[in-house]
Design a protein around this ligand. Sequence first.
Ligand code: ADP
Ligand code: MG
Length: 713
Amino acid sequence: MIKIEGAVKRYMSGKQGAVTALDGVDLVLPDRGMVFIVGKSGSGKSTLLNVLGLLDGLDGGEMYVDGKAVKEFTAREADAYRSGYVGFVFQEFNLLENDTVRRNIEYATDLIGEKQSAEKTEELLAKVGLEGLGERKAKALSGGQRQRVAIARAAVKEPKLLLCDEPTGALDSATGKDIFLLLKELSKRSLVVVVTHDEEAAEEYGDRVIGIKDGKICSDTGAEEAEQAPTRAYAQKGGHISARSALHLGAGYLRMRPVRLAITLLLCFISFVLMGFSDAVASYDKNEAARLSMTAHGTKYLRVHKDIYTGEQFGGVDHFIEGDFEILKEKVGASRIDPIYREGAFDGRICVMDYMANGDELLSLARALSGFIEIDEDFLADYNFSLMEGSCLPQGEYEIVIDEYLYDEYVRMGFKNADGECVTIRSSADLIGRQFVSLDDKTYTIVGILDTGFDFEYYEEIMEERWEQPEGHLGELNSYPSEFSADSDIYTSLQRVAFVADGYFDDYIRKPNMKDDDIEIKSVLIPYNAGKGTLDALTFYVEGGSAYFIVELPSGRVMYNFANAITEDLRLAEARFLERAHIARYISYLFLFFSVLLIFHYFSGTVVDKKKEVGVLRALGASKRDIFSVYLAGNLLLAAIMIGMAYIGTGICIFLLEYMLRNLYALIVRFIVFGLRQFLLIAAVAIVSVALGVAVPAWRVLRKRPVDMMRDE
Ligand code: ADP
Ligand code: MG
């Protein structure tokens, strides 16, 4: 039973100043029957009804529900009252227009925590004359039909109190009559309060008619004795919008502003991809990249130099001594070590440049042979090297084998014999058998050409460009444009090394009283049979254009380093792309800033657009939490879409970068795109920005009373 005592309600309106909509209303309503409230427009009827439905609050006086003062209701109790105790029927129907009839009814049952079976809904629809229209969209119905849906929505909860605000106001009189009959039927089991200015209808259908004028009750055909209502605890009956309904409603909101949504998504997509991309690139492992690339590139050897640690830093090339070989074998895992001796006949004494027919000093990388390696069958096998057609292994003091790069220079420039005769070199056979004379007048015969696996094909384009440079444009080796990473490959390869007979050093170079330190070994060759050798386990560090590994010894630290095309290419790729990937991050911050603004704008828009609908849901008893869950459902959906798109986008970008690095630099760089880190990063940013984007505007809307939300502005 509902009781109102001395109810006062004032409104502040811009033009008229304070308006007293209810001015001391006392009213006791029975538990059953049909009560009409009649009066002129502006007399306060709707205000009274909204107060009865807890859509609006009082400024003075008190209202009691089953003996409990409304003032003492918690937010939960108020929601439960709206959802379970009362049913509302509005003049303007207030249906969720984009939803089906069935869904409109389900929202109401959700909110009282009941599951409505399809048959029951059908039964109810039949009762209000809407059989078979359950799946029809509300907006596709006529006014009379819509009002029937509104009544069904209110009646489905079997409320104790059915409040109808001019339910026939928007309908023609014949339809209006049907509606009154329907309400009359319902009033047999519960109290139906109908606001109307149709006094005839009130006389005809009403069990009691209350007249209202200027916010005061002016007539009442059946004022009951204000009997003392039994005081009993107010029974809560409440539910929540189901997850399915929330998702449905939330997703519906996403469809509202497609263009704005598309722009928001696009901006978010760009910023998230940039962020994921730069993060993935920043966290790549360059040592792993070098290793993978060397394996893919078919690197056969490392030409290793040695640096000594001077206490604070590494510096100065040091010579290899006997102890180093042990270290390289045991600690580094080199399967064999071949010293490159600088001592002896070859250290600058054979100037190969002098034998080039069209010798352009600047074009040739080879000038003089600067060291030698002893080779034999095992050497070829262990390094997977081969001799070119017509070659023999060197024997004795005056036979040498040269490498394929030097051979290539002779092919390009022609060979000039010691007597000045120039010959064109077309095949290995053209060069084999020709002779060099050293500065100390000893004659050496080329007996073979060693194929060391120099990747001519990979460098073809760059090489051609180099050979086509006009004279004088090529500076020293190191000042050549850094594109020419082949330089590094050549420089650190074997093109100025003479390959000589096994035992050459002992047989022809070593002097009787030579100490270890006198044997000048500035670099050694070790095989890099990736996937086969123990070197696979070696941890090396790529820095600048070279790589190094450090061995800790009781006597101190020794650093061994090497450089080749891969380490050089990695340096270039880093300088051009990888190290600059962080720029993408900063750009992403900028995009992110605009995305957040757009998200904010977008959601404020949907929240405001949906204010009326949210007001209806609140009037049906949806709690603020329910409304948040509706928004959250739509937004989580949006966040999921964003995360998914960004993830795929990042993957594609990384794939393209890997592809480019592979084709431009022969680098196999693996970025762990699908790592948890990038996923969490993107997910966190997406969820936080979406949540923020909705929380603020939703909070602003939800502060309002349901009645204000429903009013169109
Ligand atoms: P009725 O439903 O009888 O036509 P209402 O209850 O809607 O009348 O309004 C009673 C008075 O209160 C009117 O003068 C109306 O202008 C005023 N009023 C109602 N709601 C508001 C509001 N939200 N803001 C300002 N004035 C209002
Ligand atoms: Mg009204």
